[in-house]
Write a protein that binds this ligand. Structure first.
Ligand code: ARG
Length: 462
């Protein structure tokens, strides 16, 4: 018999059960479902809505069910549809009538919202840890490569001097914003819907502040209709995770390029690369490719969720049960990607010689060469034209700005002197870029320290 079978004369069709049941995927919320029920039962007892002795019995039995669940001793059944009814049935099997009082002044609609919020809250905290671990790995590698000159790019064309530290710390900043978005989402979701009932609240003298506090929420939600129909927190989390995956995907794309023979900027550790079944020479960056690929999957989860929600009238509709598989998939995917990406990145070797060569060959000091003329009084536009001509002649003769003889410089402008070679030296170009945010080793070192301080501050606040 279904718990809700009061007005029904027949059992549901077997295929209806199959479509209706969510136990296969919502059972992962058993902990939240049980602790939510414990807080609810304790409150019912304290308010005299059910006898205190029965409330105590319910709390005790739920504690035992939780232990059994943790020990893998509980078999959930599709017949009881979802985690909420499965737990309630188990409870009633164990303690009889007292168990039947648990659902007083509650609906599965506010129950599922509480469960999901608590579950996602925990997942957000775990994801935060993983994001911070990656940021820490980026800082560590950056500290080793403050002077590893490499070209920075625009349009994937060599542009201006950077270092491996400066380049990769850009990703640390993206990930810090991701951590901020996760924190915002967590802060906004942290109001307790319990007490909203099916949608219209309840006439029982419940204490919503008490259950909210017992479950770690900042307070109760303000409107019972919103309490059961809001899934903004699911959408916000899926959005934050999509942006995070977009960052991991861009980073992966860099690593895929860098690990190619053409670039040769990095070499992946054997534990984080794969071979080919036919080409013996291959070492493929599969991890990075999969992270890039799985980004599409997380976007798909977000699109699915947005689409499920877009036409729903207030308040609860069963469509909303579809939120779980999508958000769980997004959380699981991001979590696994971070778990593998971080050690892949940490064990990767940076080929500083190749970086240096790419930096030397790309005319990335051309801007500095123009600035040299500007510092000697020439207007920037004229300086730009002069250096453009120098670059063209370098390309024709297979030279670089460093190897071009002074006579060739002076043929373009007599402002050039021997000191131009100092001005265009890559280390000079780098060390001159001390502007905040720039690639000068000291500037980047200070940036890394700020990020590391931020990391340890977060550690002590959580
Ligand atoms: N399994 C349901 C869900 O995930 C729980 C809420 C069911 N409520 C209802 N009125 N049928 O959304």
């Amino acid at each position: 018999m279904k718990l809700w079978a009061g007005r029904f004369e027949k059992n549901t069709d077997r295929l209806v059960d199959k479509l209706n049941a969510s136990i296969a995927y919502d059972q992962r919320m058993y902990r939240e479902d049980i602790t939510g029920s414990m807080a609810h039962a304790a409150m019912l007892g304290a308010q005299g809505i059910i006898p205190r002795s029965e409330a105590d019995l319910i709390v005790k039995a739920l504690g035992e069910i939780l232990e059994d669940c943790e020990a893998g001793k509980v078999q959930f059944s599709e017949e009881h549809e979802d985690i909420h009814m499965n737990i309630e049935v188990l409870l009633t099997q164990r303690i009889g009538d007292a168990g039947k009082r648990l659902h007083t002044a509650r609906s599965r609609n506010d129950q599922v919202a509480v469960d999901l919020k608590m579950y996602l809250r925990r997942e957000i905290d775990a994801l935060q840890e993983k994001v911070r671990a990656l940021i820490a790995a980026i800082c560590r590698k950056a500290s080793d490569h403050l002077e590893s000159i490499m070209p920075g790019y625009t349009h994937l064309q060599r542009a201006q001097p950077s270092t491996f530290a400066h380049y990769t710390m850009a990703y640390a900043e993206m990930l810090r914003r991701d951590a901020g978005r996760l924190a915002d989402c967590r802060a906004r979701l942290n109001l307790c819907p319990l007490g909203s009932g099916a949608m219209g609240g309840t006439t029982y003298p419940i204490d919503r502040a008490r259950t909210a506090a017992a479950l770690g929420f900042d307070g109760p939600t303000e409107n019972s209709i919103d309490g059961v129909s809001d899934r903004d927190y699911v959408l916000e989390l899926a959005s934050a995770l999509s942006i995070l995956m977009m960052h991991l995907s861009r980073f992966s794309e860099e690593i895929i390029l860098w690990a190619s023979y053409e670039f040769g900027f990095v070499s992946l550790d054997d534990a984080y690369a794969t071979g080919s079944s036919i080409m013996p020479q291959k070492k493929n960056p599969d991890i990075a490719e999969l992270v890039r690929g799985k980004t599409g999957r997380v976007y798909g989860d977000l699109m699915g969720l947005l689409t499920v929600m877009k036409g729903l009238p207030l308040a609860y509709n069963k469509d909303m049960q579809e939120d779980k598989e999508a958000i769980f998939d997004a959380v699981d995917t991001v979590s696994l990607c971070l778990d593998v990406f971080t050690p892949m990145y940490g064990t990767m070797t940076v080929c500083t010689g190749r970086l240096r060569r790419a930096a030397a060959e790309g005319f990335i000091n051309a801007t500095d060469c123009a600035d040299y003329l500007v510092k000697k009084g020439m207007p920037f536009r004229d300086a730009y034209t002069c250096v453009g001509r120098l670059v063209r002649s370098c390309i024709e003769t297979g030279q670089t700005l460093e190897t071009l003889p002074l006579a060739a410089y002076r043929a373009v402008s007599d402002v050039f002197d021997q000191d131009v070679y100092d001005a265009i030296d890559l280390m000079t170009c780098l060390q001159g870029r001390t502007v905040p945010g720039g690639p000068a080793p000291e500037t980047v070192r200070a940036h890394i320290s700020r990020v590391e301080a931020w990391l340890s501050e977060k550690e002590t606040t959580t």
